[in-house]
Design a protein around this ligand. Structure first.
Ligand SMILES: Nc1ncnc2c1ncn2[C@@H]1O[C@H](COP(=O)(O)OP(=O)(O)OP(=O)(O)O)[C@@H](O)[C@H]1O
Length: 264
């Protein structure tokens, strides 16, 4: 069986003038359809660079990405990205922000009425249909992230790329949104690749956690399976032995074996 998403021997070197920095070294990973995979690692190790390569926003120096056996060379609606800072267009309403993507992707395959219904359907999925006519400045940070997720889902991507989607939110809003993303994953069974700094978030949400070593020349240090059945409930997991073991394993990797050393 071929991999759904394959990161194949990726190296990435940035060059500025005479200076070159090798950020990623020989990254290989395969992700199955419907899997939720998180990438965790210290600041600056190259997580966003890797996600951008999968998104097609940055080219790998060596190696590449295959999605259903097709090489990824540019951005496309089959790989929708949700960034830490929502990136909604401020002059458009919530509805229009989602509709814009829907019109772009489904201009030929859906009628106007279908595109309207599909936009509302996706706003409903993230419980934001009630704010359809509001502008981004009129809604909270958590709500903006929900709209960003609706916009991404509305493109029916093969892979959803989440770049620290909860990073800018307060703890409670973050927990609510994590629960929503878990519920959406249960319902839609989408394939998700997420970057996070947060160990609990990684264990709570993921089927597998990819741990990166520190840069430069960051590699995949370890991949951990999280064998907890879905749906998961955060309160029950707090005392679950498997959860605690996974959490401990990631903490050991990050804070013992691959401690972050501040540049001098
Ligand atoms: N366009 C670029 N040109 C040169 N260097 C870059 C470029 N983009 C990223 N880098 C460098 O690559 C390294 C990895 O950056 P990246 O943002 O991918 O790390 P990260 O793990 O996502 O960090 P954080 O967790 O802090 O967001 C950093 O040293 C960064 O300075």
């Amino acid at each position: 069986m071929t991999a759904y998403l394959k990161l194949d021997h990726i190296d990435k070197t940035f060059t500025r003038g005479a200076a070159t920095t090798e950020v990623l070294k020989d990254i290989s990973l395969t992700i199955d359809r419907g899997e939720y995979v998180s990438i965790i690692g210290h600041s600056g190790c190259g997580k966003s660079t890797l996600l951008n390569i999968v998104a097609g926003l940055t080219r790998a120096t060596i190696g590449g990405v295959l999605l259903e056996d097709r090489e990824v060379n540019s951005p496309g609606p089959d790989r929708a990205v949700v960034f830490q800072n929502h990136s909604l267009l401020p002059w458009l309403t919530v509805y229009q922000n989602v509709r814009l993507g829907v019109d772009k992707v489904f201009a030929k395959s859906k009628s106007r009425t279908e595109r309207h219904d599909w936009t509302l359907h996706n706003l409903n999925l993230v419980q934001m249909a009630h704010a359809a006519d509001k502008r981004p400045s009129e809604i909270s940070g958590g709500m903006k992230q929900r709209v960003g997720i609706a916009r991404a889902l509305a493109m029916e991507p093969k892979v959803l790329l989440l770049d620290e989607p909860f990073g800018a939110l307060d703890a409670l809003t973050r927990a609510h949104l994590q629960d929503s993303v878990m519920a959406l994953h249960q319902k839609l069974n989408n394939t998700i690749l997420m970057i996070t700094h947060d160990v609990d978030e990684a264990v709570l949400l993921s089927d597998r956690i990819v741990m990166m070593t520190n840069g430069p020349s960051a590699r995949i240090g370890e991949v951990l399976d999280v064998p907890l059945p879905h749906p998961r409930k955060r309160l029950e997991l707090a005392t679950n032995a498997t959860y605690l073991k996974c959490r401990q394993r990631v903490l050991e990797f990050l804070y013992e074996r691959h401690r972050y050393i501040e540049a001098a």
